[in-house]
Write a protein that binds this ligand. Structure first.
Ligand SMILES: [Zn+2]
Length: 347
């Protein structure tokens, strides 16, 4: 091989990252040196509710759209990274039971990675959205050292997504279900109050992380309990789903009920990270989700509370860092692109 041909320059080639969501796709372009050519959200409707055919077409439009926007000739694209909400197999086959985003029967067992690859004629690399965000957080945080570091990420949203990154690569597992950190069961002593009902997750598990540290967990488990303790709270007059969404605003104003709920979430994530510490002993613990967008004093309090409840040995304390997942709304597309970049062999 001619050594000079292996040198990567910004103009030599690119990969594209496509993040598929319930309403929108988000697209980005990453050049051969690891620089993103897009510094903002570039979205188009994802049309997942119209079924696989429309959705794959919408992804193809996102692909051509981002190339046009960045004036990138399609001949320079070596690979495409795709991420979608799970559950799906490690190579992008949507669960045979469907999922929240892919509820139509035509989606069940659909190979979205293969379909996009066939449509655009380029290699497509798949990750679920939480894994893609975890991968982006890892590479953004560690930069040139990414390939020599490990991390775990917990992303609090409707559910609790996550990812485990080992030596710069996502751990995907035999069935693509590694890093489902939301469904790790945690010890509940010091998390729950005396007499507080055991939280139950949509997956059927009792007392897993998502049953506490997610919007669903607030709505179904934490808020009903805490409203019974604070019956005169203004949120008691709201429908529970609306009240759950309003809770962060109260947390930012140091409302005692809201701090009790978010304190339980932070403790639950600390318990999860304690398990991670004894499992992969990562270099970094990343936290993402709605809390990252909250007022700075509130998100710092949340991160500190997580850290306080993560029991690390002294050697681990010296070696590990805690950080928020940056650029969260772009993290999926960017992580998908990073995963694609890594598959491109030296030219
Ligand atoms: Zn669960």
């Amino acid at each position: 091989m001619d050594h000079i041909d292996a040198v990567r320059t910004p103009a030599s080639w690119v990969v594209v990252g496509l993040d598929n969501g319930g309403t929108c796709n988000n697209a980005t372009v990453l050049d051969a040196t690891g620089q993103f050519l897009v510094d903002r959200l570039v979205e188009n409707p994802s049309r997942v509710q119209d079924g696989p055919e429309s959705a794959v077409e919408a992804l193809a439009e996102a692909f051509t759209g981002i190339l046009t926007l960045t004036s990138t000739p399609s001949s320079l694209v070596r690979a495409v990274g795709l991420d979608t909400p799970g559950p799906a197999s490690a190579d992008g086959v949507i669960s045979s039971k469907g999922s929240t985003n892919f509820s139509q029967v035509s989606w069940h067992g659909f190979d979205i990675r293969g379909a996009l690859e066939a449509r655009i004629g380029l290699p497509v690399v798949y990750n679920n959205d939480a894994n893609a965000a975890a991968l982006y957080a890892h590479h953004r945080h560690f930069g040139a050292d990414a390939a020599h570091r490990s991390s775990v990420a917990a992303i609090v949203g409707t559910g609790l997504g996550g990812g485990v990154v080992e030596w710069g690569k996502v751990v995907s597992g035999a069935a693509g279900m590694a890093g489902e950190l939301g469904h790790v069961q945690i010890p509940l002593q010091d998390v729950l109050e005396q007499g507080q009902p055991i939280p139950v997750c949509n997956c059927g598990f009792e007392g897993d992380v998502e049953s506490i540290a997610s919007l669903t967990g607030i709505t179904k488990n934490l808020l009903p309990y805490w409203l019974s303790r604070y019956p005169d709270h203004p949120l008691a007059a709201e429908p529970i789903g609306k009240a759950a969404k309003m809770l962060r605003g109260y947390g930012e104003k140091d409302d005692p009920l809201a701090l009790a709920v978010f304190g339980q979430q932070a403790k639950a994530i600390g318990k999860l990270f304690t398990i991670a510490a004894n499992f992969t002993d990562p270099s970094a613990y990343f936290l993402g989700g709605g809390v990252v967008e909250a007022a700075p004093h509130f998100r710092q309090w949340f991160l500190n509370t997580v850290r306080e409840h993560t029991k690390l040995r002294r050697e681990q304390q010296a070696a590990a860092t805690f950080a928020l997942v940056p650029d969260l709304d772009m993290a999926g597309a960017r992580g998908a692109a990073v995963a694609a970049l890594e598959t491109v062999p030296p030219q």
